[in-house]
Design a binder for this molecule. Structure first.
Ligand code: NDP
Length: 398
């Protein structure tokens, strides 16, 4: 079989010769008892770069020794790009949300042999799920692999926004010592009202991680959490996102992107937020309206916006989020720490082993199966496509 793997570029100065720490901490199961990825074996050293082109998700030896062909590229957006050419006769395509290969209907329909799209990570919104269903292409992701990595990033971003870390750091980097400049927008998080849109794996973990900061915790989700969890975290549940944003100083967005959540934070919803609130969005860029966020930062309706997700990705060089005031954006890195890469590379290997041996792929990994939303897909996504406008990614110039 032919496997096409679309990964982000190698480091500019080439692959690292060594890494800051020698080995990763050993983790047991995920907090809900789910086991971590369990392939029969792996051909990589956990803790090394796997998500870039030369890292190959540690798959080459395994695939080639089983008679398969692996093609790896980062060239994914321009007209006639390598990924589009290789997709035509590929059986499986693997892509990562950090450097998403947007599988639009046109691309899916060009790939007559395509059987499965694997997301090496979580969030399969870069695939036109409706087109995948219509063309009987299964879609799977490595559920839980980087949820806790993202929750750590959220805590970092909440603290850095509210305390105004980025500004303070840039002052010393520029050789300064301007205390008043550094603190004129700096607050303690303690006592603030912090709320999550969605309390799934990431949202709930972020709430748990914020609890020791002595904040008031809120959430909105389609389903209520068990009473025991609400009690443990002293959580306030909101029936609607409007009710949540009205009372929170900090909002963290943790729902998947699908037609129901696309453009959720538009001018109207932002105008209902508490004046001067902060947003941390590590879910997907398209959940927030690009212009509405920039406008709200300019007017002071929002005090800060941070996250690592954009639309499209890579973000065009002139994307307004690169230059708007009081932002703490990074490129899409939160779910691809070296720690997370080891888990999702192992998860992809587990999925491929199951597929080749015709064994069932874990239910929680399924998004689309046999033409229907299935597993996590049936639980968390809605039918349709959120890939519209992705061709703008070709505007990014290295
Ligand atoms: P989960 O599936 O565990 O959680 C998703 C939650 O979103 C569920 O609780 C679901 O509700 C809820 N939800 C779905 N639709 C809505 C809606 N319309 N309104 C409110 N809540 C909704 O996934 P994770 O927590 O692991 O990941 C969440 C998202 O975060 C991913 O889909 C992905 O987009 C993003 N992500 C980003 C990463 C990064 O690197 N920045 C890495 C990993 C994920 P219910 O189950 O009650 O229906």
């Amino acid at each position: 079989m032919k496997i096409l793997c679309v990964l982000y570029d190698d480091p500019k100065k080439g692959m690292p010769k060594n890494y800051p720490i020698g080995s990763l901490p050993k983790l047991g199961k995920y907090p809900d008892g789910m086991t971590m990825p369990t392939p029969k074996s792996i051909d990589f050293k956990p803790g090394e770069l796997l998500g870039c082109v030369s890292g190959e998700l540690g798959l080459r030896k395994f695939l080639e020794s089983n008679g398969h062909k692996l093609v790896v590229t980062s060239d994914k957006d321009s007209e006639g790009c390598k990924a589009d050419k290789e997709l035509i006769d590929a059986d499986i395509v693997i892509s990562q949300p950090f450097w998403p290969y947007y599988l639009t209907r046109k691309k899916i329909e060009s790939a007559k042999k395509l059987k499965m799209a694997i997301t090496a990570g979580i969030g399969s919104d870069h695939v036109d799920l409706q087109a995948a269903m219509d063309n009987k292409v299964d879609v799977v992701e490595v559920t839980y692999c980087n949820s806790r990595s993202v929750a750590e990033h959220i805590v970092m971003m909440i603290l850095s926004l509210v305390r105004d870390y980025h500004n303070q750091h840039s002052i010393v980097k520029a050789g300064g010592w301007n205390i008043a400049d550094g603190v004129q927008r700096s607050y303690d998080v303690e006592g603030m009202h912090v709320g999550t849109v969605a309390a799934g794996r990431i949202g709930l973990d972020a709430l748990r991680k914020m609890k020791p900061f002595d904040v008031h915790l809120h959430y909105f989700d389609r389903h209520k959490l068990p009473d025991s969890v609400e009690k443990e975290l002293n959580l306030t549940f909101h029936e609607s996102v409007e009710s949540l944003v009205k009372v929170c100083d900090v909002i963290t967005i943790n729902c998947p992107l699908h037609p129901e959540t696309e453009n959720l934070f538009d001018d109207k919803l932002i105008s209902k937020m508490k004046k001067g609130a902060y947003i941390v969005n590590t879910a997907r860029g398209k959940i927030c309206n690009r212009e509405a966020i920039a406008k709200a930062l300019e007017s002071g309706q929002l005090s800060g916006y941070a996250g690592d997700v954009w639309f499209p990705q890579p973000a065009p060089n002139d994307h307004i989020w690169r230059t708007m005031p009081n932002h703490g954006m990074t490129a899409h890195t939160s779910g691809t720490s070296l720690s997370a890469q080891a888990r999702y590379a192992a998860g992809v290997r587990e999925i491929l082993e199951c597929f080749f041996e015709k064994k069932p792929i874990r239910e929680p990994y399924l998004i689309v199966k046999d033409g229907q939303l299935a597993g996590m897909g049936a639980h968390s996504y809605s039918k349709g496509s959120a890939t519209g406008g992705s061709e703008e990614a070709a505007k990014y110039k290295k």
